[in-house]
Design a protein around this ligand. Structure first.
Ligand code: SF4
Length: 416
């Protein structure tokens, strides 16, 4: 990508865009450039108060897996999903630990204090079948993430999304974990894990499900829909109310399938991710989604879902920055902004929230090592997205700064 614009720093951008809080610009840049832990931070976050999961849906029982704590917590409560995975980033921010406090440093310069949320009480416990609960659910500050199916079949035909680093090595994960590592997570294990997690007073206000894609079934995606229904019904047994605060990030389904999810479970929001709006880039970057069954089908599915879940309860995420990927991506900031604002306007008009995620070109992915757009692009992007949604009376309550930690634009909505 050749983008002829000067790279402006965090402090310059904070002055240029006073309507975007510095913490949000910092968050965007932490996600864009990545983070690295010093040894002192790695040690401090391995202590019982912060210690992350020893085993996750992605790690199996990998002996090299480090128990990373959850997202960073900035001083204003903004959460930041960023992973300190070594050798991935060219110029990451450093998270250091000195005198009992975590600090963000940029090339040795102090940027801000930061923290992590405490280790949830269900980590370290097992289900009645002996499965570690921390391998079933991952904790963000106010949200539980569950991956009921640990595989994506787009990888079978090399049609995985080109930015995707999930489920990259199922064979290795199986070897590391032995026979106990199942693609399909047992709904009873999920039920028990959620039951245990909810015992911690006030800790969670949202349950999120996502997984790799399984398009199999007499009707495409039918097996997967059936699996999600079973899992959501199991989770729902923990609640006295019909609906519970939840989101399913999943493939695009037919209206009948979406209606089954709504009618047969307590699911409250649905999110079929479009990933990239431009028609030709979608075909290239998301060839699996293109095969099953193309961009128009994905868009139609989100629109139909609004008739079922209601305005504002259907989301679609896009990977902000991947629209610049070489060799087919945009080469100008204005072109990329126009494309994303067009998408946001289209979806907002139809009651769907179009939310950005900052692209990380992980080395193991099809676009690994490519360069991201400058920070100013992300600042202008989140401002524009929020303004468009505001004009249509839409908000991202299910995906706001407390619940997700992945979207600079829903963080910015706090000012609405
Ligand atoms: S659908 Fe795309 S982003 Fe999701 S797991 Fe599969 S390849 Fe990755």
């Amino acid at each position: 990508m050749t983008i002829a614009v000067e790279e402006k720093s965090l402090s310059v951008l904070a002055e240029l865009y006073p309507d975007v809080p510095r913490s949000i610009i910092l968050k965007l840049d932490l996600q864009r450039r990545g983070i690295a832990f010093t040894e002192a931070t790695a040690e401090a976050t391995s202590e019982p108060y912060y210690r992350g999961p020893d085993q996750t849906a992605f790690s199996g029982k990998d002996p090299n897996h480090r128990p990373f704590p959850g997202p960073l917590l900035l001083r204003d409560g903004t959460t930041v999903i960023a992973s300190p995975i070594p050798n991935q980033f060219e110029n990451p921010y450093t998270i250091d630990y000195v005198d009992g406090r975590f600090r963000i440093l940029d090339d040795g310069r102090f940027i801000d204090e930061v923290d992590f949320s405490p280790r949830p009480e269900f980590y370290g416990k097992t289900t009645s079948r002996g499965v570690p609960m921390e391998s079933i659910a991952w904790s963000r500050p106010q949200r539980l993430d569950i991956y009921p199916y640990r595989y994506c079949h787009y990888w079978d035909t090399k049609d995985q999304c080109k930015f995707c680093a999930f489920f990259t090595d199922i064979k290795q994960q199986k070897q590391l974990a032995g026979d106990a590592y199942a693609k399909v997570v047992d709904p009873e294990d999920i039920y028990e894990t959620v039951r245990e997690a909810l015992k911690e007073p006030g800790r969670y206000s949202q349950i999120n499900l996502t997984a790799g894609t399984d398009y199999s079934g007499d009707i495409p995606f039918e097996k997967e829909v059936g699996r999600y229904i079973e899992v959501l019904q199991a989770i729902g047994r923990n609640f006295a109310t019909r609906r519970f605060p939840s989101q399913l990030i999943a493939p695009a389904y037919t209206k009948r399938q979406v209606k089954r999810l709504y009618d047969e479970t307590g699911l409250s929001s649905y999110c079929p991710d479009i990933e990239v709006w431009d028609r030709e880039l979608f075909k290239w970057i998301c060839s699996g989604k293109e095969k099953w069954f193309g961009r128009d089908y994905w868009i139609r599915s989100a629109l139909h879902a609004v008739e079922v879940f209601g305005k504002g309860n259907v989301y679609t995420n896009f990977v902000a920055g991947v629209e610049f990927a070489r060799p087919h991506g945009f080469t100008s900031i204005e072109q990329a902004l126009d494309s994303n604002f067009e998408a946001c306007e289209f979806f907002a008009k139809n009651g769907v929230v179009y939310l950005s995620l900052v692209w990380t070109p992980w080395k193991g992915t099809g676009l690994g090592g490519q360069k991201q757009p400058p920070l100013e692009y992300y600042v202008r992007l989140v401002r524009g997205l929020v303004e468009i949604r505001r004009n249509y009376g839409l908000s991202s309550a299910n995906d706001d700064f407390k619940h997700c930690g992945n979207h600079g634009d829903s963080d910015l909505e706090r000012l609405n």
